[in-house]
Design a protein around this ligand. Structure first.
Ligand SMILES: Nc1nc2c(ncn2[C@@H]2O[C@H](COP(=O)(O)OP(=O)(O)OP(=O)(O)O)[C@@H](O)[C@H]2O)c(=O)[nH]1
Ligand SMILES: [Zn+2]
Length: 342
């Protein structure tokens, strides 16, 4: 038995920087989705389709016990390799940050030859999240009432996704499909939606997501598609966005985000704690020439400076997206405003 906090072999950063590709990062796409939605069908499609892309796939089968084996398939110019990767923690959202990523780095070191990594999980994880939903059953899953305090799992997966694949369109009418579109939009107002049969999707749409570029290229207002609310659905998860001019004070911004995600002491007007599942932002930090991206998944968040610089001071602004429960736009806006121009 290994030590509890043993990680797969650590790879010195200097040794990873040999691929000579754009930067040193290999995009990671995570495939999630409700039971039976078509994740395996999608993986099989990705691995058998002729695409001239080198893709590593890690399938995270949630099992009993703490040590769960993961099948790892690598498709390299048509060939399929299988390896086993062990993530001791069955929850990828925890392990992907540490052990999972180190295992992936280790894998890259060994093979050094692929362009994309896919993780399949029914839990949640980091950016680049593709969620497969079943066109026939998703409305039913979204409408399931959960005991107070629990988030509907299907709704959470929609909330977390950067791309939603509405699969099994062969099983529904145009009207039913339209209802699914509306339901998805009402939860996640900025997600990219694709519609498929047998998960046959254009791979360029789901690999190398640049999740944040696609969110913030162009006006956020254009991406937010307003929808009429659907009477039968759990309307508790919503998307809130706003844009505010000016520069933020980084320390105050951190405190605001920590109050929201960690301390959980920000409440809506009825006294309910605001629960943020997904947070995205493009912010202008005072005295920083470059645009900064904020990204959060549950309690985890990061500020990351992008290579993009602000063109001129008059353009500096902050765009924020919050997806979660009990979110009050006016209160969030006021709190954010207090971090600006100080
Ligand atoms: N009619 C129809 N069936 C589909 C489609 N895509 C997948 N299926 C079927 O749906 C079933 C479930 O698909 P999977 O790919 O195994 O789903 P999954 O999300 O991996 O399922 P779990 O791993 O059990 O969560 C299989 O019987 C597929 O053949 C589709 O577009 N239309
Ligand atoms: Zn976790």
């Amino acid at each position: 038995m290994e030590e509890e906090d043993d990680c797969p072999e650590l790879v010195p950063i200097a040794n990873i920087q040999q691929s000579g590709q754009s930067g040193d990062k290999i995009p990671v796409t995570i495939i999630t989705g409700y039971l039976g939605a078509g994740k395996t069908t999608l993986l099989n499609y990705i691995l058998t389709e002729q695409h001239n892309k080198r893709i590593a796939v890690i399938v995270n089968e949630f099992g009993e016990g703490s040590a769960v084996e993961k099948s790892l398939s690598i498709s390299q110019s048509g060939e399929l390799y299988e390896e086993w990767l062990e993530l001791r923690n069955g929850c990828l959202c925890c392990s992907v940050k540490d052990k999972g990523l180190k295992a992936i780095e280790n894998l890259m070191q060994k093979k050094g030859k692929f362009d994309y990594i896919l993780l399949e999980t029914s839990g949640l994880a980091d950016p680049g999240i593709v969620s497969v939903v079943d066109a026939k059953y998703t409305l039913q899953h979204l409408a399931e009432e959960k005991p107070e305090g629990l988030i509907n799992e299907a709704a959470r997966q929609v909330a977390l996704a950067d791309v939603i694949i509405v699969n099994k369109t062969d099983l529904v009418s145009q009207q039913e499909l339209e209802d699914v579109r509306i339901a998805v939009r009402s939860i996640n107002g900025i997600v990219k939606m694709l519609e498929t049969q047998r998960s046959r999707v254009d791979l360029t749409e789901i690999l190398d997501l640049h999740a944040f570029d696609s969110t913030f290229g162009g006006s956020l207002q254009d991406k937010l598609i307003p929808v009429a609310s659907h009477p039968h659905l759990d309307k508790s998860i919503v998307t809130v966005t706003f844009e505010i001019d000016g520069n933020v004070n980084e320390e105050k911004l951190n405190l605001f985000i920590q109050d929201l995600l960690w301390e959980k002491n920000i409440k809506d007007s009825s006294g309910n704690t605001m629960e943020v599942i997904r947070l995205k932002g493009l912010v202008s930090v005072k005295d920083k020439a470059h645009q900064v991206i904020v990204q959060g998944v549950h309690e985890l968040y990061d500020l990351e400076e992008t290579p993009v610089s602000w063109q001129e001071d008059s353009q500096r602004l902050n765009r924020m997206v919050f997806i979660g429960r009990h979110l009050d736009k006016d209160i969030l806006r006021e709190l954010f405003l207090a971090t600006v121009n100080v």
